[in-house]
Design a protein around this ligand. Structure first.
Ligand code: C2E
Ligand code: MG
Ligand code: MG
Ligand code: MG
Length: 277
């Protein structure tokens, strides 16, 4: 019901809080079920080189469609999975589904490096996680060098990630800092983690054509990454003007609706086929 129309008295406030809790519990239940039944789906958003325009890889993004509720955003359900201890199971479903597609593409002659998003909570049992990671990659015949881990700047800052990242790095996996610039952290970590890539958050890309100040900040982030000899990827590139500026600054790669939205596996394959012919 529409609470605003009810006038916001105490009774209604109580009723709302109550139903919000119930809603959250129902969502937790449905999510646990979707993970258990592996009904979550994976989409792939290509990354493209700003030098030669070729597809350099794809990021795996989880999708959840519930028959009653429709599409639910990962922004909503990833935090629930983290809070309820389901994130590692969710990750396994995502890994297996994504790797199965990558294997198919490899068999068709398309070697597509993939990047998978990780949550900080997954590093709690690093032994088990790295073991699962290695065995899934091996099962689908994917070389570690074709696999990248994305971790947000705020997740990096949590306890115990330094050691975990060094372990992961020894497997030959690349490490990418996601949403770079949004973690409100000091920059000193750039030195202590074995990083390969910075992904500039899309909030820094938005507005660079119109706003001089924003343009200076974005250019500075790109040159910071280059000075540190890290690969730099711009997220959320939506316009040709943004692309041109990024190319001018020698940003390595871009990702965003300008080139492609996240795609179903079959549509990414089609894109690969069209792009390479
Ligand atoms: P992210 O890793 O930063 O992923 C980029 C998000 O930006 C995706 O949203 C993508 O659909 C969206 N995006 C890409 N290009 C554009 C653009 O040009 N304009 C705009 N406005 N948006 C764009 P999505 O798929 O809703 O995912 C949101 C976040 O949820 C991700 O942000 C990531 O942090 C998290 N996430 C998604 N899948 C997974 C997963 O499998 N595991 C974990 N742990 N987190 C995930
Ligand atoms: Mg990401
Ligand atoms: Mg990102
Ligand atoms: Mg982002």
């Amino acid at each position: 019901y529409d609470a605003k129309k009810q006038g916001g008295n105490q009774f209604v406030m109580y009723g709302m809080a109550h139903s919000a809790v119930e809603e959250e519990l129902a969502l937790q239940d449905k999510l646990a079920h979707a993970i258990e039944k592996k009904t979550l789906d994976v989409y792939f958003q290509p990354k493209v080189s700003l030098q030669h325009g070729g597809i350099t890889g794809a990021e795996v993004l989880v999708r959840w469609f519930d028959p009653d509720m429709g599409f639910i955003s990962p922004i909503t359900f990833i935090p629930i999975a983290e809070k309820t201890g389901l994130i590692s199971q969710l990750w396994e479903v995502v890994m297996e589904k994504a790797c199965r597609h990558v294997q198919e593409w490899r068999q068709l002659g398309y070697e597509v490096p993939i990047a998978v998003n990780f949550s900080a909570g997954q590093f709690a049992d690093i032994e088990n996680m790295t073991e699962r990671l290695q065995s899934i990659l091996a099962a689908y015949g994917i070389p570690a060098g074709q696999f990248e881990m994305e971790i947000t700047e705020s997740a990096l800052m949590e306890q115990g990630t330094t050691e975990a990242l060094h372990r992961i790095k020894t497997l030959g996996i690349s490490i990418s800092v996601d949403d770079f610039g949004t973690g409100y952290s000091s920059l000193s970590y750039l030195d202590s983690f074995p990083l390969d890539t910075l992904k500039v958050d899309r909030s820094f890309i938005d507005g660079i054509e119109e706003n001089e100040r924003k343009r200076q900040i974005a250019e500075l982030i790109v040159s910071l990454a280059k000075r540190l000899e890290l690969k730099v990827v711009a997220e959320g590139v939506e316009t040709e003007g943004q692309r041109q500026l990024l190319q001018e600054w020698q940003c390595d790669e871009m990702q965003g609706y300008l080139f492609s939205k996240p795609l179903q596996a079959q549509d990414l394959l089609q894109l690969l086929q069209n792009h390479s012919s």
